[in-house]
Design a protein around this ligand. Structure first.
Ligand code: BGC
Length: 751
């Protein structure tokens, strides 16, 4: 047998084994269903949350077939004690928002996205999974794969930014990581939650379906292809119908077109809240509408529990539909082997966490290095080097809670290495002293600025050789329900930065937070700007290494950085207009006050030094939709430090039967270069991914001319032409998924 036949034989054996396993699970479900009472079944579609008065006896009776948010091992042990007394002992789903860590917190997802480092994102998710699984959590409500173009929305911090290709890559990496860490994952929120009007949380979304399919669905498809077992429906209304009760989204798109087989959970209390959407004031109606639309699990509304029996008795919901949902939940539990995980030992949980903590620390520090985003450094003021005295200004530098960001998990305040601590340690190594000056603390929404404190701070800071000013968002100003109408730095923060700049000493601005913020009124006064996000438990150590030049920064913007809040929503891959923006022509697509360009484009990020790119080459200049074209470019590090460059490839379909974005990221590759080193970088582009959807969901790649841009951000201008000679036309389920290999998506796991 040759290697090829051997491969085929092995694949056949694996497929047969999977089939046999699936059959065994089916038989097990059949046997169990025969023993389940009607109430047991309703319990399986109920997801009950920890509460001040939690009814443990409902776990015993089976009314609560799934639970959430019992984060610590002792808390969950109480649930399990109740469960052990249950008649059928059907394993519980135990979910929690494990978003960017649990005991060890990493930089939040948007910062992780800035690393453009898929393996590192995967590693962080895996660590988060392992730490959580140790305490009995078996399901994470992550990753959030909602694309977005409007950083007024606070939840941009939880996502991957604005670009569909990057978001799909990260969705896959994160899902794989969480699963490897031992968790079931829930891709959320289905769908288009990131496009709420005005960036307001929970707001309605109006969106055409081609856009939905081109931009919003692929990260979900990538998550499912990577093994996401569950999907969470969104709070928002979509084209006039709340997503939680949207049959078209949940049936036609998620099940028929995306072939998703697992259970769909509602979001928190969302079924109840349908009354506020105006669906009906009656809980029975809300139950029927949601369940029949395709939501299988009721998260914390308890309406399925209260109304399902009546709904079935009245013939409003069929028994078959209930059985279908229960089967989905049971299949998930058995496939994930939850029955082997129904125990938790608080001492053992601590021991496991302690054992894996050093690895988590390493990953978190590396994430700090790779997420620290150098945005502005015109005179190469960074890295720090010969300074003997450094002033670190601003209370956010020394606030552990703010380092944790909006989702602290079970991290401990005492574990947090703050920017202050990390910078002080690194400064000491460099033989420098670090003076910490809290100034006005977070200096956020003070109505009256304490001018005296700011003046005093500036006076002291003036004695230093360089000033590091830490301003930006607190943890409460980012995340869910933290939409902002204005992304400007607060008035006291601006005042502080101006006072520091007035000392004449170099000022480095370190921005904390979960989204782009406006820097227009400070950028000309400072010497450098770096985004440090919420550093998490140990990220600040990596940031300190970057600031001191141990590592050249390599992060890139996963979102366009605006000049003004009024420019939002803003993304690099907008559709063109008939009147492209022009400075010389008033009657063009722009604002008369802030222009049309962003402060920094998607993909922007600086290192210490410069790299140069050769002219890009294609391995073929004509190709068909089934081909892969390889883009090659030689990148040279012309600086004196080791650098990591991210080669970004954008493609524009020049003439098409629908308007196409002026460019779209279709691939990227990172390369590490020693000083003076030159390397050839190859980025494969699947021609099949250069297409788009029509209104009916058909996906086409149209023959014609495409421009391929290669460079270090979305404004790259080096280009080469590609001619697509043979197109393709496929139904939505055969459309290729960005960043997922193979001509058609891998079959989703059977749940
Ligand atoms: C959020 C979800 C989250 C859920 C449970 C909701 O408010 O929208 O993303 O998973 O709460 O905490």
């Amino acid at each position: 047998m040759g290697p090829r036949s051997m491969g085929i034989a092995l694949a056949l054996v694996a497929a047969m084994a999977a089939e046999a396993r699936a059959d065994a699970i089916d038989r097990r479900i059949d046997a169990l269903m025969a023993r389940m009472s009607f109430d047991d079944k309703i319990g399986q579609v109920t997801l009950a949350s920890i509460a001040e008065v939690f009814e443990y006896d409902k776990v015993t009776s089976g009314a609560y077939g799934n639970v959430m948010n019992f984060g610590t091992a002792p808390e969950y042990a109480k649930v399990l004690a109740a469960w052990r007394k249950s008649r059928l002992k059907i394993p519980l789903l135990h979910g929690t928002d494990i978003i960017y860590g649990n005991r060890t917190l990493f930089v939040p997802p948007l910062g992780q996205a800035a690393s453009f480092d898929l393996a590192l994102n995967r590693a962080a998710a895996e660590q988060a999974g392992r730490e959580s699984a140790a305490t009995g959590i078996n399901w994470t409500y992550a990753p959030m794969v909602d694309l977005n173009r409007d950083p007024r929305w606070g939840r941009v911090v939880e996502g991957a930014g604005e670009d569909v290709h990057l978001a799909a890559c990260l969705a896959g990496a994160r899902v794989q990581g969480f699963r490897a860490g031992g968790l079931i994952v829930s891709a959320k929120h289905f769908v288009a939650y990131g496009f709420g009007e005005g960036g307001r949380d929970y707001d309605a979304v109006e969106m055409g379906e081609p856009f939905l399919r081109d931009h919003v669905l692929p990260p979900f498809r990538a998550a499912i292809a990577a093994g996401a077992e569950t999907v969470m429906s969104a709070f928002n209304a979509f084209n006039g119908v709340p997503a939680t009760a949207n049959r078209h989204l949940l049936q036609d798109i998620l099940r028929r077109d995306m072939k998703f087989r697992g259970p769909v959970t509602s979001d928190w209390g969302a079924i109840d809240q349908l009354a506020n959407h105006g669906l009906s004031p009656k809980p029975l109606d809300l139950t029927v509408a949601t369940f029949n639309a395709g939501v299988d699990l009721d998260m914390a509304s308890y309406l399925f529990l209260a109304n399902m029996k009546t709904a079935i008795d009245k013939g409003l919901v069929s028994r078959a539909r209930l059985d279908e949902a229960v089967r989905r939940v049971l299949r998930l539990k058995f496939e994930a082997k939850l029955d082997e995980k129904m125990h938790v030992d608080p001492a053992e949980a601590l021991a496991v966490q302690a054992k894996i903590a050093p690895h988590g620390r390493d990953v978190a520090i590396e994430m700090g290095r790779r997420a620290t985003l150098l945005l502005h450094n015109p005179e190469s003021r960074l890295p720090l080097g010969s300074e003997k005295r450094i002033a670190l200004v601003g209370g956010l530098a020394d606030s552990p809670r703010d380092h944790m960001g909006p989702h602290p998990g079970l991290s401990q305040m005492g574990d947090i290495v703050t920017l202050r601590a990390a910078l002080a340690a690194r400064a000491e190594k460099a033989g420098a002293t670090l003076d910490y000056l809290p100034a006005c603390g977070a200096c956020r929404f003070a109505t009256e600025t304490d001018d005296a404190v700011i003046a005093e701070t500036a006076k002291t800071a003036a004695e230093a050789d360089v000033i590091l000013a830490v301003v930006g968002e607190t943890y409460e100003e980012s995340g869910e329900a933290a939409a902002r109408a204005d992304l400007a730095l607060s008035a006291p923060q601006v005042k502080l930065v101006h006072a520091l700049a007035a000392t004449g000493k170099p000022v480095v601005l370190l921005l904390t937070g979960g989204r782009p913020m406006l820097v227009e009124n400070v950028i000309d006064r400072v010497d450098a700007i770096a985004m440090v996000w919420f550093p998490g438990t140990y990220g600040a150590i990596g940031t300190a290494e970057v600031l001191f030049g141990d590592v050249s920064p390599s992060a890139r913007l996963p979102m366009t950085w605006p000049r003004s809040t009024g420019q939002l929503p803003l993304s690099y891959d907008r559709l063109p207009t008939g009147r492209p923006a022009s400075a010389d022509d008033k009657w063009t697509n722009k604002y008369i006050d802030v222009g049309w360009t962003p402060r920094w484009p998607f993909g922007h990020g600086l290192g210490y030094g410069t790299t140069s790119f050769s002219a890009p080459r294609l391995d073929r200049t004509t190709a068909g939709a089934a081909d892969t074209v390889t883009v090659t470019v030689t990148v040279t590090n012309s600086g004196t430090r080791a650098m990591r460059e991210t080669v970004q490839v954008y493609v524009h379909d020049q003439i098409a039967s629908r308007s196409r974005p002026s460019r779209q990221l279709k691939g990227f590759a990172q390369v590490d270069l020693a000083p003076g080193e030159a390397r050839e970088v190859r980025v494969p582009i699947r021609v099949a991914t250069l297409g788009f959807h029509f209104d009916d969901g058909t996906y086409v790649v149209e023959p014609g001319k495409f421009r391929v841009f290669v460079g270090r951000d979305a404004e790259a201008d080096a280009a080469v032409d590609l001619e697509v000679t043979k197109g393709s036309r496929v139904p939505p389920w055969e459309a290729p998924i960005p960043c997922v290999d193979g001509k058609t998506p891998p079959r989703a796991a059977k749940h």
